[in-house]
Design a protein around this ligand. Structure first.
Ligand code: PAF
Length: 326
């Protein structure tokens, strides 16, 4: 897979109209996300802010709103569309509800590893999907990363899909994820992330699934005993901007935002990669039992029928493009 950062000509502005008015001196950009201020998203916001400051010579400053201060990911995407906030870093979890073409990215066991996922998202396929985002009253600045998702729960160690059967597991509000868990006879319980910690604490759900970086920095280890390194789905993230903000920027300023978002993505990916190994060790030290010797092929076989949830509606062209891009 040969990745290339596509030029600014490819920036998704298809749905954006309006006259570029130019920025005012010292404009503050509000950037929201759902996780903690020491997470991989937060590191990405810092790198974004630094690059934007450098490129704009201090004309833009960033006000980070972490930890769901502005609501869950779905609420924040809606906020962008009506211009109540400027930018968001979100997983693709709720994005398919706005841009159905992105559902393909949420299919289980689609990406072989981090290199494959990053290469696809940084290349033509990623750009085509950013263009689709731009057709839906949103501006896709850059793909960034959440990471491969792993299962945690409070009931038992999960080695096989049979061990997961019967558990009530919080999922993102995403049809593809829910369909996959149903194939394993897990009871998927969609819920916005800001509600999750309390739901786990109170036993409303038995478990959840998220990348190591989230499990660690959102203190899931305080309320979950078992972690299984299922890596069942790669979870991309995206930095989105509001069309209201975008309409007020000049072409040059738009270029700065894209470059800054790409710098943010790089910093985020570095942290995700580091925690993929270091974070597991830290979680063991914090008392979680970790099942590492997972035979992913049996999980893959179990969830395979869920692919029809995607192909029945969207066909298999994009799926094949991704599969053939390694
Ligand atoms: O589980 C989720 O909803 C997402 O993975 C999270 C933690 C909000 C990060 O995008």
């Amino acid at each position: 897979c040969i990745a290339r950062r596509l030029g600014l000509a490819g920036v998704s502005v298809l749905a954006i109209t309006g006259f570029a008015a130019g920025a005012q001196a010292q404009q503050t950009i509000t950037v929201g996300h759902s996780i903690s201020d020491d997470s991989h998203y937060s590191v990405g916001v810092d790198a974004f802010a630094e690059k934007l400051d450098e490129l704009s010579d201090g004309a833009f400053t960033v006000d980070e709103k972490p930890a769901g201060a502005l609501g869950g990911e779905r609420d924040m995407i809606e906020g962008l569309q009506i211009g109540t906030l400027d930018a968001v870093i979100t997983s693709t979890g709720p994005l398919g509800n706005f841009v159905p073409e992105t559902y393909v990215l949420d299919l289980p066991f689609l990406f072989e590893d981090y290199a494959h996922a990053r290469c696809v998202l940084d290349g033509e396929i990623g750009q085509d999907l950013l263009d689709k985002v731009g057709e839906n009253d949103l501006v896709g600045l850059a793909w960034t990363e959440n990471g491969f998702r792993h299962m945690t729960n409070n009931v038992r160690e999960i080695h096989t899909p049979e061990d997961a059967a019967g558990l009530k597991v919080r999922t993102m509000e995403n049809e593809m994820h829910m369909a996959a868990f149903e194939e394993m006879d897990v009871q998927p319980t969609p819920m916005a992330f800001p509600e999750l910690f309390t739901a786990l604490q109170q036993g409303t759900v038995d478990g959840q699934e998220n990348p190591i970086s989230v499990i660690l920095t959102s203190n899931m280890w305080e309320v979950q005993d078992h972690l299984s390194l299922t890596g069942h789905v790669y979870s991309p993230a995206i930095m989105l901007a509001s069309p209201v903000l975008w309409d007020g920027l000049s072409e040059e300023e738009r270029g700065w935002f894209v470059e800054a978002a790409q710098a943010g993505a790089e910093a985020t990916r570095d942290m995700v990669s580091r925690l993929e190994t270091e974070g597991v060790e830290e979680l063991k030290e914090k008392g979680m039992t970790v099942v590492e010797d997972i035979d992913t092929s049996v999980f893959q076989e179990a969830v395979e029928p869920s692919y029809s949830t995607y192909t029945d509606e969207h066909g298999s062209e994009m799926l094949e493009r991704i599969r053939n891009s390694d």
